[in-house]
Design a binder for this molecule. Structure first.
Ligand code: SAH
Ligand code: SF4
Length: 360
């Protein structure tokens, strides 16, 4: 399906004010990330006629708030947001270990990759998100936290928005299938927020053409990458992830070596993600294959992910199996962690909430 080209705010701005000096756009962007502002009318750094034109032609927020759910423990919030064309996406806010917040953003409406364990995968693909729709998920939570802070009666209730310390592209969609918008959204966040490049992680199914492209892309920021491996056995991976193919693991190993050879800084910024599925990829034989694969590629971190239930029919590994798997990796010196399950009471796996709603 040919995707309708949606104009970004910057393109609209340039069309409206072709003569405007560059600093004006910078002022606009600074304003968009300023949680004290709620619309163009309050942007007094801009001339009045510019404000009025922006007000009638450029959306202040490209996403409309739908439902916001909060987990019982209060450590996770999940929002369904509606785009201008009615498409709905999900974004999640999670409190992390240091008491700061991580924002999980979506990069597409749905996903074409069809991974069998993923709720988004079963929805199919609708369209890529624009870079505005990606940064506005961050802005949504930025404003949300600032609002909470303004209304909190006691200091302990306050949730300072400046404490969004991480952004992960682990929501709906395959970020590297929407390469340019994702890259520009990241560059924008790096330019206009206090986030540093090691605080942003892009998770990918392992889209090799895009992974190869970013190695040579001078505009690709040196953020963290997480590759969803989920099995180091080609046949199992192909069954779980239809986008996989016979030579995927060999190709990924080659790519990883090249990625590591680029510079030392990047070496620390690659993780393999591995969902533990009972009886599918969690045996000691599976761990052995993962160890062999890790040895082939160099020193890579492994993040084991507890499975969030979807209608896929899979079962997550039992706690003892997960622990055994983790220990097997650690014994041979692999840096491995099990991701903390958060917000399971509010459908934390991306796509789960939308899937539940559409069944109603
Ligand atoms: N498309 C990208 C990023 C979005 S998915 C990717 O696949 O990496 C983010 C992470 O959530 C991926 O590692 C994905 O495999 C994982 N995931 C998908 N469905 C899940 C589920 N039901 N339970 C736990 N993790 C899941
Ligand atoms: Fe798409 Fe990632 Fe879900 Fe696979 S796991 S279907 S790539 S969102």
């Amino acid at each position: 399906m040919e995707q309708l080209k949606m104009q970004t705010r910057q393109q609209l701005f340039q069309a409206l004010f072709p003569e405007a000096p560059a600093f004006r756009w910078r002022q606009v962007m600074l304003t968009l990330f300023d949680s004290d502002r709620t619309g163009w009318e309050g942007v007094t750094t801009l001339p009045k006629d510019m404000r009025e034109k922006l007000q009638s032609n450029v959306s202040w927020m490209s996403l409309r708030e739908g439902i916001v759910l909060e987990s019982r423990k209060g450590d996770t919030k999940k929002a369904v947001l509606e785009c201008a064309d009615g498409a709905r996406i999900e974004t999640v806010l999670m409190r992390n270990a240091r008491g700061h917040w991580s924002v999980c953003v979506s990069s597409q409406v749905g996903c074409a990759m069809g991974c069998t364990f993923c709720a988004t995968g079963s929805m199919g693909f609708t369209r890529n998100l624009t870079m505005d729709e990606i940064i506005d998920q961050f802005r949504f939570w930025h404003y949300h936290l600032a609002e909470k802070t303004r209304h909190s009666k006691t200091k302990s209730e306050s949730e300072p928005s400046s404490l969004i310390s991480n952004v992960v592209f682990m929501g709906m969609g395959e970020p590297l299938s929407n390469y340019e918008s994702v890259r520009e959204a990241i560059r924008t966040m790096l330019a206009y927020t206090s986030l540093g490049s090691t605080r942003i992680t892009v998770s990918t199914v392992g889209l090799l053409p895009a992974l190869r492209k970013l190695l040579r892309d001078p505009l690709w920021p040196s953020i963290r990458l997480a590759v969803s491996l989920h099995s180091a056995d080609s046949d199992i991976r192909k069954r779980l992830m239809p986008s996989s193919f016979d030579t995927f693991l060999d190709d990924l190993a080659e790519w990883t070596k090249e990625y590591f050879s680029l510079n030392d800084e990047r070496r620390r910024h690659l993780t393999f993600e591995y969902i533990l599925l009972s009886g599918v990829n969690d045996s000691s034989e599976d761990a052995k294959k993962l160890i062999e694969f890790s040895r082939r590629v160099g020193k890579v971190k492994v993040n084991l992910i507890p499975y969030n239930k979807t209608s896929s029919g899979h079962e997550g590994s039992r706690e003892e199996s997960a622990k055994k798997f983790l220990d097997q990796l650690k014994r041979v010196g692999i840096t491995a962690t099990i991701r903390k399950a958060m917000g399971d009471d509010i459908a934390a796996a991306c796509g789960q909430l939308l899937q539940m709603q559409s069944k109603k």
